[in-house]
Design a protein around this ligand. Structure first.
Ligand code: EPS
Length: 369
């Protein structure tokens, strides 16, 4: 059903991360430097851990782009894991000789049996019948979100053709709402071997009215955005516009009154509690999304858990982790929202080339007022 869709593959300490994208029309300019800047933004943020000092995420486009322009063919991209060179034996794709004591030691050293509360470890090991939780951790790791940011950057290249603008900002870390207080709280959590979550806002501007639809449950754009954002590891809540505040507001204070600007032949609202979506469709106002991320479950001071081999009580596994990754999550959130909006654009306007998409878009916009 999706017009713009993608799959990713790759493990946290495997050779690389990949994505295959389908549905991007031909003749869209793709700037690899821009994709790399987006990848760098995801690596930053106060509270990130040691892994980010090892990696310098860079995209390599393997197909679907020629001379910097999409051809309409599937786009395949790859991001190398620099850390992989330290994991060639424990993450070997090929069979290894377990009779070799050095190899046995290297594999055993990376085996995990003490599952982390709050991560995919235990349910994943049960579901996939794994005795080494490494086989769950490697793919459930949020490292996978680097691929999504690269795909999102390609969606952003497409959206920019229509004048779409976007931004995100962190609203809250733990119980702090100001930058200095947020940093202090992160420092304190780090000292205590603890982690922190928070909340961020994403805004998309210049989105035309009428993307998404009310006619079927799975066409509603608010549902599609919420699903995409909830699919980011550690995200626990997504709000659109006034979001959770709506529970306390009466109808007269919830809904945004409608006006008409005769000079510009345009409908508008003075408030945006709807967050740019009414009836599962964009209404022409800014798309405003608020996302809540829980604290990362890998902690230097681990919680009580169980060793799945011995069934005895143990502190959960700790390898290396971020104290706080809310800033990074906001960049992933922008990427996921861009992917959904690019899909909704293509659903509405179609087109196998950007010229065709633009012709359809311009015809539609002419009649909107
Ligand atoms: C990473 C996200 C986190 C990091 C990971 C890199 O993933 P997870 O959800 O597994 O905690 O911990 O780095 C490591 C696993 C490591 O080797 O330190 C990311 O955003 O790239």
């Amino acid at each position: 059903m999706n017009k713009f869709r993608f799959l990713t593959s790759g493990e946290s300490h495997g050779m690389c991360l990949n994505a295959i994208i389908e549905g991007m029309p031909a003749n869209v300019a793709i700037d690899c430097e821009f994709i790399n800047e987006e990848l760098a933004k995801r690596q930053q943020g106060y509270g990130r851990g040691a892994r980010m000092q090892i990696e310098t995420d860079k995209v390599q486009i393997k197909s679907g782009v020629r001379f910097g322009i999409t051809t309409g063919a599937p786009i395949c991209l790859e991001i190398q894991n620099k850390d992989w060179q330290n994991w060639t034996i424990p993450m070997s794709v090929a069979h290894v000789d377990e009779n070799d004591p050095d190899i046995l030691e290297a594999v055993k050293e990376k085996k995990i049996t003490r599952v982390r509360p709050g991560h995919a470890d235990l349910a994943g090991a049960q579901k996939y019948n794994q005795k080494d939780v490494r086989n769950i951790l490697e793919r459930s790791s949020a490292r996978e979100t680097a691929s999504r940011v690269a795909v999102g950057a390609i969606a952003k290249c497409f959206l920019k053709e229509f004048g779409v603008e976007y931004s995100s900002k962190v609203l809250q870390i733990g119980n702090s709402f100001e930058e200095d207080a947020m940093r202090n709280e992160i420092d304190k959590a780090k000292e205590n071997g603890d982690t922190l979550g928070g909340r961020f806002e994403i805004v998309f501007k210049n989105i035309p009215a009428g993307l998404g639809s009310f006619v079927h449950w799975d066409k509603r754009l608010d549902g599609r955005l919420a699903q995409a954002l909830m699919s980011i590891p550690a995200v626990k809540a997504v709000e659109i516009g006034a979001g959770c505040l709506c529970s306390a507001l009466s109808g007269s204070s919830t809904h945004d009154e409608i006006f008409y600007d005769t000079d510009n032949a345009k409908y508008y609202r003075k408030t945006n509690n709807a967050g740019g979506i009414e009836g599962g469709m964009t209404n022409g106002e800014d798309i405003v999304l608020k996302v809540t991320m829980k604290a990362i479950p890998t902690m230097k001071q681990p919680l009580q858990s169980v060793d799945i081999e011995t069934k005895s009580s143990y502190a959960a596994h700790f390898e290396r982790s971020d104290t706080c990754a809310v800033e990074a999550c906001a960049i992933v959130g922008e990427a996921m929202a861009a992917i959904i909006l690019a899909d909704a654009f293509l659903e509405k306007f179609g087109g196998d080339s950007i010229e065709e998409t633009k012709t359809n878009y311009n015809n539609y916009i002419k009649n909107l007022g």
